[in-house]
Design a protein around this ligand. Structure first.
Ligand code: LMR
Length: 327
C-alpha cells in the first residue's frame, strides 16, 4: 500500500512539474505596416493584453514591416501553421473568397462611419465566415481609412491619370478601377512600394494617410489628391486548425483580448489619419490637392462602372446592403 501511494505521489508530482514547465503557445502575428499605424498599434495592444491575462499560456510575437511574411504569402503560411494571426487588407483575399471584393468598389462608402456600419451589420458580420471553407477564420474588422491618390504629377481629374502606372494590391477590382481611368495598374507587394516610387518605376499609388506617412511615400510623391475614393480596412484572421485546437477557455480569453485591441485600433484610426494628413502637409514634401465637388464627380463617373463588372461575383444584394450603410 505504501509503495502504491509513493508511486501515485511521484507520478502526480512529475505531471505537475511537467504542466508547470509547459511552454506557452506561441502566437505569431505578422503584418506589413509600421508600428505607428492603427494596425501596428492594435497588434501591440493585443500582445500586451495577452501577456497580462494569459501570460503563462500564450505568448504573442508581433512581426511588423513584412519582417516575417508579405501579405501575398501570409495566408498560405497560416494554413501551413508557420504564422497564427495576420490582418491583411480586405483587398487581399480574392483567392479565398469573392465576397470581400465589395470593400474595393470605388466610391461605395461615403465615409468611415458608413464602412463601420456595414461591417457591423448582419451582412457584414456574415462575411467574416466567408473564409471558413478555405480553413481560415475571420475574427474581426479593423479600420485603417479612406484611400488617396498620389503621383509625380498633380491629378485633378481622371484624364490626368491616363497612361500613368499605379501600384495596386492584388485585387482585380482595383485593377479594373485603374483601367477605367486608362491608367496602368501593377500588382506589387507593399514592401516594394517606396522603392518603386522613388526610382520612378511607377508614377503613383493609392493609400490611406497613415500608410503614406509611416512609409514616407509623401517624400517621393510630390502630389497627393484627396479623393477618398475607396477604403483600406483589414480582416484579422487565423487558421481554423490553430483556433479550434485551443482550449475553450484560452480561445475565449484570446477573443476578448482581440476584440478589445480591435476596438482600440478602430478608435485611434480616425485621429491617426487626421494627424498623419496634417504631418504630410507640414512636412512641405508633398502638396495635398483638395478637389472640387465637380472634379470629384468626374472621378465617380469614371470609376463607378466597375461595380457592374463585379456585381455577379459580389452579389447585387450585398452591394445594396452596403449602400444602405451610407444613410
Ligand atoms: C497595401 O498593401 O497597400 C496595404 O494592404 C498595406 C497594409 O497592410 O495597410
Amino acid at each position: 500500500m505504501r509503495l502504491l501511494t509513493a508511486a501515485v505521489t511521484s507520478i502526480a508530482l512529475a505531471l505537475g512539474a511537467q504542466m508547470a514547465c509547459a511552454a506557452p503557445i506561441e502566437l505569431k502575428f505578422a503584418h506589413v505596416v509600421a508600428e505607428n499605424t492603427p494596425k501596428g498599434q492594435m497588434a501591440l495592444k493585443f500582445r500586451d493584453l495577452v501577456a497580462e491575462r494569459l501570460g503563462d499560456k500564450v505568448e504573442v510575437k508581433v512581426f511588423p514591416n513584412s519582417q516575417l511574411f508579405g501579405d501575398n504569402k501570409v495566408l498560405e503560411a497560416m494554413l501551413l501553421g508557420d504564422v497564427q494571426m495576420a490582418a491583411p487588407s480586405l483587398s487581399k483575399f480574392q483567392k479565398y473568397t469573392k465576397s470581400l471584393q465589395i470593400f474595393d468598389l470605388p466610391f461605395l462608402f461615403e465615409d468611415m462611419t458608413a464602412v463601420d456600419r456595414f461591417q457591423q451589420s448582419a451582412q457584414g458580420q456574415e462575411l467574416l465566415n466567408s473564409l471558413r471553407k478555405r480553413g481560415l477564420v475571420g475574427l474581426g474588422y479593423l479600420h485603417n481609412g479612406m484611400k488617396q491618390l498620389s503621383a509625380n504629377d498633380p491629378l485633378r481629374v481622371p484624364a490626368d491619370a491616363a497612361g500613368k502606372k499605379f501600384r495596386i494590391m492584388t485585387s482585380d477590382v482595383l485593377q479594373s478601377q485603374f483601367e477605367a481611368l486608362d491608367a496602368v495598374p501593377l500588382k506589387k507587394p507593399f514592401s516594394e512600394v517606396f522603392t518603386l516610387l522613388q526610382t520612378k518605376a511607377i508614377d503613383g499609388a493609392e493609400n490611406p494617410w497613415s500608410n503614406i506617412y509611416s512609409k514616407k511615400f509623401h517624400e517621393v510623391q510630390p502630389y497627393i489628391t484627396e479623393t477618398n475614393h475607396g477604403v483600406l480596412d483589414y480582416l484579422v484572421v487565423t487558421s481554423a486548425e490553430f483556433w479550434n485546437g485551443l482550449d475553450e477557455d484560452v480561445r475565449a480569453e484570446l477573443k476578448k483580448a482581440l476584440d478589445e485591441s480591435i476596438a482600440y485600433g478602430n478608435t485611434i484610426s480616425g485621429e491617426q489619419a487626421a494627424k498623419d494628413r496634417q504631418a504630410i502637409i507640414d512636412s512641405g514634401r508633398s502638396e495635398v490637392i483638395e478637389i472640387t465637388a465637380e472634379e470629384r464627380q468626374q472621378w465617380v463617373d469614371a470609376m463607378k462602372p466597375v461595380w457592374k463588372e463585379f456585381e455577379g461575383e459580389i452579389g447585387a444584394e450585398l452591394i445594396d446592403a452596403a449602400l444602405q450603410a451610407n444613410h
